[in-house]
Design a protein around this ligand. Sequence first.
Ligand code: ATP
Length: 421
Amino acid sequence: MAGPLHLIVNPVAGHGKASEFVNSTVLPILENFSTQYEIHTTTSPGNAGVIGKRLASTQGNGTVQVAIVGGDGTFHEFIEGVNQIEGVRWEVVLFPFGTANALFSSLFPPSGSLDKYQAVIDTLPSAPVQETAHQLSSLFSFLSKSSPVNLPITRTTITSTSEQHHEKIVSHVLLSTSLHASILHDSEALRETHPGVERFKNAAQQNASKLFYATVSLESGANVEQWDPRIDKWVQPFTTTQPSEGEGVVRIEGPFSYFLSTSTVDRLEPTFVISPLTQLGQFNDAQGYVYVTIIRPLRDPLITTTQPEERKAKLSARAFEVVGQAYANGNHVNLTLPLKGDKLKLELENKGEGEPVVEVFRCTSFAWTPSSPSEGEYEGLERGNERLVCADGALHTIPQGGVAMVKLQEKRGDQGFYVYT
Ligand SMILES: Nc1ncnc2c1ncn2[C@@H]1O[C@H](COP(=O)(O)OP(=O)(O)OP(=O)(O)O)[C@@H](O)[C@H]1O
C-alpha cells in the first residue's frame, strides 16, 4: 500500500494561490474519491526537501505518493532533499502553482485534451471550468490509476583544475549556459530597478549579441545523435567534426550564443517550446536522453559576411528571429542556413537545403569547458560570461580553468521519481 497522498504546498510560489486552490478545489475532489491525504505546507526556502526526508523516514521503503502544489523550484527542492535516499519510489502528482511551470506545461501542453480523464471528471459533483480542469490534469491521471512515468534526474559536477572546488548539483528541468543563463543572471540584477517582466526583455537585449567561448564534449552509451529537420530523423552528427572510430565523443567548438540541455521538458513556459524533440515517458525501462539545443552564430553567413561594426545589431536581430520561433511550436529547429557559397542569400529558410541553424543533439552526458580568458575574440562582438551555469533556475559559476560535467543519473530499478502524466 502506498499510504496517503502527501500534499506539499508552497504558499508563496507563483501568485500565492496554492493553499486556497488546495482547500477549495483539490480537497473536495480527494474526499469525493475517498482518497486519504495529508497536507504539508512549506515554511521556508528548502523546506520541501526537509518534508521529503521526513516522509521517507516515516513511510519506510516502498512507494510514497506526493503532490507538489507549487512550481518547478518547489519540486527541485523536494528532489534535492530526497534524491540520495535509497529504497523509495516517489509517485508524484503535479499542480502548476509556480510562475513558469516548465515541467507541468511540458507534460500537459495548453492544447492537450482531457478526454481520457472524462470518466473521472464525470464522477465529480460539478464539472470544473476549463482552466481549473487543466490545472487538475495530473490529479486526474492519478485518480484514473494511470501508470506514472519515470522522471530522469541530471547530476552536474562543477570542478576546478585543482579539484579544490567540487560542487554537485541535481536538476530535473534544465541545465543551461550562455544566453539563457546570462538572461537569468542579469534579470536578477535588474529586479530592483525593473520589478516587472520587462527586466527579462532588457536582460535578453543585453546578452543576445554576445559570444560565449567554450568547448563541449557530448557522450553517449550508444551513439550521440543529431536531429536533421530536413528528413525528420535522428542521424550521426553532421555539423561537427566526426568522432574518430571507437572514441564515441562528439566535440563541439564554440563560440556559442545559446546552449540549453534538458531530459524532461520540451518547453520552459506553456508556449515557449525550446526543446521540441524532448520526449518523456518513452524510456521507462531505460535512462532516457539529455537533449542539447545549441546556436553557434559563426556558422551563420549573415554574421560572418557582415562588417564588424554591424555584427552586433545583426546577431541580436538573428537571435530574436531564431529563438522567437520557439513560440511557434518549436519551429526554430526547422530553420536552415543559406547554402554555403550562395553569397546573395542570407535569409533563413524553413527546412531548406542548408544546415540547421539550431543544432539539436541527444546524448547521455556532456562536459562544458569554458575557454580561458585569453582564447577567443571575434571583432565587433562582445564576449559573455561562459562560466555561468543555470540549473533549474539557480545560478552557479564554474571556477577559472574548471569544467561542468553533466550526466543522467542511473536508474535504480523502479525507485526514483515517477510523475503522473
Ligand atoms: N514558506 C515559504 N516562504 C518563503 N519562500 C518559500 C516558502 N516555501 C518555499 N519557498 C521558496 O519559494 C520558491 C519559489 O517556489 P517555486 O519555484 O515553486 O515557484 P516559482 O518560482 O513561482 O515558479 P517556477 O519555479 O515554476 O518558475 C522556492 O524556491 C522556495 O525556496
